[in-house]
Write a protein that binds this ligand. Sequence first.
Ligand SMILES: NC(=O)c1ccc[n+]([C@@H]2O[C@H](COP(=O)([O-])OP(=O)(O)OC[C@H]3O[C@@H](n4cnc5c(N)ncnc54)[C@H](O)[C@@H]3O)[C@@H](O)[C@H]2O)c1
Length: 276
Amino acid sequence: MDFQGKKGLILGVANDHSIAWAIAKRIMEGGGECGFTHLPDRPDDERQRNRRRVSKLTDKQPNAKFLVPMDAQDDEQIASVMQTTKEEFGKIDFLLHSIAFADREDLGRDTVYTSRAGFKLAMDVSVYTLIAATAAAKNADILNEGGAIATMTYFGGEKCVPGYNVMGICKAALEATVRYLAYDMGPQGVRVNALSAGPMKTLAGRAAGVEEMLSLYEHMAPMARNVTHEEVGNTGAFLLHEASNGITGEILHVDGGYHAMGSPGRLLDQIQAAKS
Ligand SMILES: NC(=O)c1ccc[n+]([C@@H]2O[C@H](COP(=O)([O-])OP(=O)(O)OC[C@H]3O[C@@H](n4cnc5c(N)ncnc54)[C@H](O)[C@@H]3O)[C@@H](O)[C@H]2O)c1
């Protein structure tokens, strides 16, 4: 995929395992230029760990053009990032939102015991920030016609995946948000889509219980394996590239086909074999 002459903003790289990094790498390999944000460091953290983890990656990439702090719960910080983007790039062709957070205590609880504060926090960070970032980009008038926005979701937003709990509710809301934003942004020629990835070993993934899911997918997915960072990176880049022009409001699965299953499939053979 040729990204020569294309520019965009990547929200959600925490380290080299981050899905956002896999997508950004693919875009930069194709010649695209990216601006990045990192979670702000606490003022008393002299080692500036959040920034350092990301700058270790971006410093080595000539097409990584800037790295600025942004807490997506703060509208002023989002507006300031859009301003920086305007100063550095003028207009952009793509915007990746790859942000989610829920309190570990709430993730570990049965959904029925989700706290009100934890619910609000998870929905604010994992859902509202897509609206906030899209609105801020629109207000700053930095989105090129023909541009694309993409976010990251998971199957737990479509069906009950025990353990995913409050984050599943967030992903359902995020996917609905994609459809409504696709409608709003359509007339200005901007597409909005989501990539629904299978489980991947990342910081957020581990917090959401990815380890157990990996083996389940190996047994149940039509492809009988898990997906790679490269595969998710390629499809993420595709959704942000003109090759996907005409696709909007879509939830595209990159999960080895797991979502297509209506029974445990080959796992059932193993259950039956264990019985006999
Ligand atoms: N890992 C998986 O198995 C998997 C599967 C499907 C979807 N996803 C989704 O992919 C996206 C990226 O997650 P990941 O797996 O790459 O993990 P990750 O931990 O690398 O990325 C999550 C990002 O969210 C950022 N973030 C959290 N709170 C923030 C805030 N207030 N302001 C700004 N940034 C904030 C973190 O800094 C981090 O960069 C998430 O939406 C996640 O739900 C992950």
